[in-house]
Design a protein around this ligand. Sequence first.
Ligand code: EPZ
Length: 419
Amino acid sequence: MEKLKIRANGALNGEITISGAKNAALPLLCASLLTSETLHLTNVPMLRDVKTTQKLLQGMGARVLTDNIHEFEINCNSINNTCAPYDLVKTMRASILVLGPTLAHFGEAQVSLPGGCAIGSRPVDQHLKGLEAMGAEISIEHGYVKARAQRLQGAHIVMDMVTVTGTENLLMAATLASGTTVLENAAMEPEVTDLANCLVKMGANIQGIGTPTLTIQGVEKLHGCTHSVVPDRIEAGTFLCAVAMAGGKVVLKNAAPKTMQTVLEKLTEAGAIIETGENWISIDMQQRPKAIDIRTLPYPAFPTDMQAQFMAMNAIATGSSKVVETIFENRFMHVPELNRMGARISAEGNTAIIQGVEELSGTTVMATDLRASACLVLAGLVASGETIVERIYHLDRGYENIEQKLGNVGAIIERINDH
Ligand code: EPZ
């Protein structure tokens, strides 16, 4: 089982190159199912979840070429199987993103229900409700969603809550439906916008991109295109939190500051000096961070995927803070692990109160989900003694070469493998 061994090593200084966004790459890979032509994606992060999606598409009969660095070419002209099997879906909930495009292009799809995960039950009722509104026959049999539709029909859909992959599934399905689809209360996350921009390059007709109302005129077919994945705002935010905690001066390259306004504002409030350009962000932190209150909400408000990382910063900040998690019902799994490192956090329901302490103490901690594991790495960067983070397969799902990227700016962080 691989682990990360981390020791505090003072301030972080230098440059980090940000990878393409995991949460954009996954729907973009699935968008290849909408056309019989080749989709060429660049700036794709080499992550476990990307490899899983590649396996999923290949299992359906897609031809996937990759340089195993950052480029993919996918052609779904030879799809011979419209089923996304449980053994892959159980390792990655985002597999549900094959449902909309497969149904829209091939008239049928069977996708294993993803089931819950550490941070919540993660239902997909909005995905199914929207597809039914577009005329799909949906049944749940033996843990699989089975969907059929001669041709999807445009519909006016109001989502009951903001759902990122729900919006993405319905957006992709609507591009090939006959007639007009209106998606209200749609997610506006930058990854949704990136997908919509790629679909337009493929020939889709989408109005309202970046707003809560998407209007899609269905077309007969989509063609291939070349698209570069938007930079990962959560990876960038994670490294900015690392510097806010350890101190130092770091420049993030290939970043997208325009997609990170609330995170940059909160870091400035914490005492960091932030400067940005078109595709770079610099952070200069020469003081202990001030405690910052956080409430997670859909974009453009503060992202839930940055909650755990800010909790690590608040754990060693001056003063006390309140963190409210409004998106997922169980996203405080990092709290007991941080408390084992000497943090003083009390969580009740979806609210956590953090009393900042001078210093955390290193120990062995266990990751439970992707962002919780990132939070424990950040804590290890500033804790006294040695921190061992176990179950880092969670981390590898969403961070490309995290130990190299942090090591390059001065962190002492090593991947160890004890059998
Ligand atoms: C996406 O998950 C991201 N994953 C998550 O990132 C992110 O945390 C989340 O959006 C919120 O921003 C990908 O994009 C691959 P939701 P998603 O549907 O789409 C409820 C990470 O760390 N809901 O926006 O699954 C749901 O239970 C991951 O990179 C329903 O009730 O999240 C949740 O409480 C973690 N019914 C809320 O809505 C539905 O049909 C938001 O979930 C759909 C969602």
